[in-house]
Design a binder for this molecule. Sequence first.
Ligand SMILES: NC(=O)C1=CN([C@@H]2O[C@H](COP(=O)(O)OP(=O)(O)OC[C@H]3O[C@@H](n4cnc5c(N)ncnc54)[C@H](OP(=O)(O)O)[C@@H]3O)[C@@H](O)[C@H]2O)C=CC1
Ligand SMILES: O=C(O)C1=N[C@H](C(=O)O)C[C@H](O)C1
Length: 269
Amino acid sequence: MATIGIFGANGRMGRALITVAKEQQLNLTAATVRAGSELIGVDAGELAGVGKCDVALKQTNQNSVSLADVWVDFTMPEPMLAHLELAVTAKKAMVIGVTGLTDAQYAKVQQASQHIPIVWAPNMSVGVNLLLHLVQTAAKVMGQTADIEIIEAHHRFKKDAPSGTAMAIGTSIAKALDRNLADVAVYGREGFTGEREQQTIGFATVRGGDIIGDHTALFADLGERLEITHKASSRNTFAQGALRAAQWLQNKPAGLYTMQQVLGLADLS
Ligand SMILES: NC(=O)C1=CN([C@@H]2O[C@H](COP(=O)(O)OP(=O)(O)OC[C@H]3O[C@@H](n4cnc5c(N)ncnc54)[C@H](OP(=O)(O)O)[C@@H]3O)[C@@H](O)[C@H]2O)C=CC1
Ligand SMILES: O=C(O)C1=N[C@H](C(=O)O)C[C@H](O)C1
């Protein structure tokens, strides 16, 4: 069983990861927080509210990174890239769930994957990864005439928009229709917009309260519409996926892997 480390242990996902690692009796050997944090020395399980797990929170640095084989990162783009440098130096694998990366930031993840094995995925749930296939079938059947809109809703604390998952849904649909997402994406509408252009793929973002993560792909034609929806009701679902990816990554060669590969969905048509 791989030894697992968690960067950003105090985040919403950091705490969910500690919770699931304890529930599943995984080999959690390290959990870190940012330099100078008052939480250094606190037990990770107590931080997550699940009782002691005998892992004291450490400051993120090269020493603490040596304490686990596979590191899981759900922080933010800039700190994640700093963590990635530590992991490359220490030759440790990484599971990355951070969204809102610029193209340049994603390119750095790609470069790092020449040196260490990495899973990056904007959504680690089984349901969303299945949905990425279902929307391709819908797009092939309805996409030439139906209007396609992707609607996502998240909690008030989320910093990036549209969500990484919404972007992945858009990318899947565009690929199935042989369209380039950058050419056809419309991010929100305001004012006298004129009639909808049929080839476009629209995105709508809702932010409010404690919504964990809802995504709908809408195929709206004249006379009927199809909606394919996923609703996450617990962050533990994402944590379970990430920890499954961490086990899967153990002893893999350097490379950039997807959640589709982890879940065995990569070959679904
Ligand atoms: N792929 C997936 O399945 C999922 C992806 N996500 C993505 O995961 C990311 C995190 O989400 P969430 O847990 O809600 O976010 P939180 O804001 O709750 O957690 C962010 C974490 O990053 C740390 N952090 C932020 N800035 C810095 C910094 N400059 N230096 C060091 N540490 C820093 C925070 O530390 P501190 O506590 O000290 O502020 C905190 O631990 C987002 O990108 C989100 O979209 C979320 C859920 C599922
Ligand atoms: O920030 C979140 O919370 C989530 N972010 C991911 C995204 O941007 O797609 C995944 C999930 O929906 C929760």
